[in-house]
Design a binder for this molecule. Structure first.
Ligand code: C2E
Ligand code: MG
Ligand code: MG
Ligand code: MG
Length: 273
């Protein structure tokens, strides 16, 4: 009897797994054609300088509209990673964002942040694609910051370090994204040439004393290593004031602006200035 019950639950489990696999396969096929079908779009979220209150840079965030349904990056980016599409999709984002920036004259003093996933960073073509994009758009490398998460170091550490140093030689900036949530090593902060540390939104959201201690320690360490700091996920005036008081250099979050289509970003900017 027990055996039968077990077999039964395995059956249900298999069915659920099967549905899941089928959904993933379907999404995967759609994603493979998303670029050709014009379903991808880059949105931009402002990053604000605490001291001047001015727009300092924008983060490019990829959007996918599949049959009118918006699939979130947290779903399709891992899917693209697993199915080997990330180098191509990432290249598309990089080109799109640099073209958008280069065509917008008001953006001259602005920087651009682009997320780079591990598959993209390790791709043999990555540096060539980057050089080409910078060359054709004539955007100064110093205006581009590439965001990597701590998890990239869980991979081929030597190759990752080599790639990041290649970026530094070009003058491109490097940000460490979602800092404090992943595979951290203080040693790495010292040896890697990060320009920006992005304090994860979970610490901003959490009002506990422990969270503040972590933020304070991170800010101190960043200063020590010559990195600037960006706090993610500022949603309220209170959080804005608090993170400013703690001494964060830049702030990003819905309190200032959500990620927007290029046109909306331009309108937002014009209203602000
Ligand atoms: P991320 O790089 O940490 O980006 C910040 C995420 O926080 C974005 O989610 C943004 O919309 C969201 N966010 C910003 N301010 C607030 C706020 O005040 N409150 C809340 N609740 N959320 C806020 P999004 O756009 O859904 O992207 C999720 C993740 O997907 C990104 O996290 C990044 O890891 C990845 N991603 C997005 N676009 C790309 C891309 O082009 N390439 C790669 N490799 N990854 C990307
Ligand atoms: Mg990011
Ligand atoms: Mg982040
Ligand atoms: Mg994230």
């Amino acid at each position: 009897d027990q055996k039968r019950r077990q077999r039964g639950s395995v059956g249900v489990f298999n069915e659920a797994l099967h549905d899941e696999v089928k959904r993933e396969q379907r999404l995967c096929e759609r994603l493979r054609n998303a670029i050709d079908n014009d379903e991808l779009c880059v949105h931009y979220q402002p990053i604000i300088n605490v001291n001047t209150n001015a727009l300092s840079s924008v983060e490019a965030l990829l959007r996918w509209s599949c049959d009118g349904e918006n699939i979130t990056p947290d779903v399709f980016i891992p899917l693209a990673e697993r199915s080997g599409m990330m180098p191509e999709i990432g290249a598309w984002v990089l080109n799109r964002a640099l073209i958008d920036l280069s065509h917008w004259s008001a953006s001259d003093a602005m920087c651009l942040s682009v997320n780079v996933s591990i598959a993209q960073l390790l791709d043999d073509e990555f540096i060539k694609i980057l050089d080409n994009a910078l060359q054709t758009t004539q955007v100064a490398p110093q205006r581009l910051s590439l965001e990597v998460t701590e998890s990239v170091f869980a991979n081929d550490e030597e190759l990752v370090t080599q790639r990041l140093q290649g970026l530094v030689r070009r003058g491109v900036k490097i940000s460490i994204d979602d800092f404090g949530t992943g595979y951290s090593s203080l040693f790495r902060l010292q040896t890697m040439p990060f320009n920006f540390i992005k304090i994860d939104r979970s610490f901003v959201k959490n009002t506990s004393e422990e969270s503040d201690t972590i933020i304070r320690a991170t800010l101190l360490m960043a200063k020590e290593f010559g990195c600037e700091t960006i706090a993610e996920g500022i949603e309220t005036e209170q959080q804005f004031k608090h993170l400013a008081m703690l001494g964060t250099d830049y702030l990003q979050g819905f309190y200032f602006a959500k990620p927007m289509k290029l046109e909306d970003l331009k309108n937002w900017y014009n209203e602000k200035n």
